[in-house]
Design a protein around this ligand. Structure first.
Ligand code: ZN
Length: 150
């Protein structure tokens, strides 16, 4: 195992143990629920969107280390971004976890820690679930219909 892989794993474990932006969001005006039945992950993403900008984002739910760390790092990555910027980031992230492109730190920042997920196809949905849920919340007016990876 390379040093880089170990570093990435330690970031994922840290975000799993101490998820950032975890809890209910006061003043949320968008929300979506996501489920990944294959693994048993569930996540609720709440947003405070003003105009086109994600002013604040928080999540709750439970699942495996990958899904929780992904939700935690996602909230940190999209806060303050516009809807278009967040969706573009998801497109790059998704392409990386599917192994279709190599993620770079320049493009993805800390999200690059999930680059190894592409070697574990069953984990791709765990890593993507929070993002699919975010996308549904962004597209909704209020509470979105539930999202599932299946
Ligand atoms: Zn999972």
């Amino acid at each position: 195992m390379s040093d880089l892989t170990e570093l990435y794993q330690s970031v994922i474990l840290d975000h799993n143990r101490k998820p950032r932006n975890f809890g209910a969001l006061d003043g949320a005006n968008r929300q979506a629920d996501g489920k990944n039945p294959l693994c048993g992950d569930s996540v609720v993403v709440q947003l405070h969107v003003e105009g086109d900008t994600i002013r604040d984002v928080m999540f709750t739910g439970q699942g495996c280390a990958i899904s929780k760390a992904s939700a935690s790092l996602m909230t940190a990555a999209v806060k303050g971004k516009t809807r278009a910027e967040a969706e573009a980031l998801f497109a790059r992230f998704h392409s990386m976890v599917l192994g279709k492109s190599e993620g770079t730190k320049e493009e993805l920042g800390q999200l690059v820690v999930f680059s190894g997920v592409s070697r574990f196809p069953v984990r791709v949905k765990c890593a993507s679930l929070p993002w699919h849920t975010l996308k549904a919340a962004l597209a909704s007016e209020g509470v979105a219909a539930p999202v599932t990876t299946e």
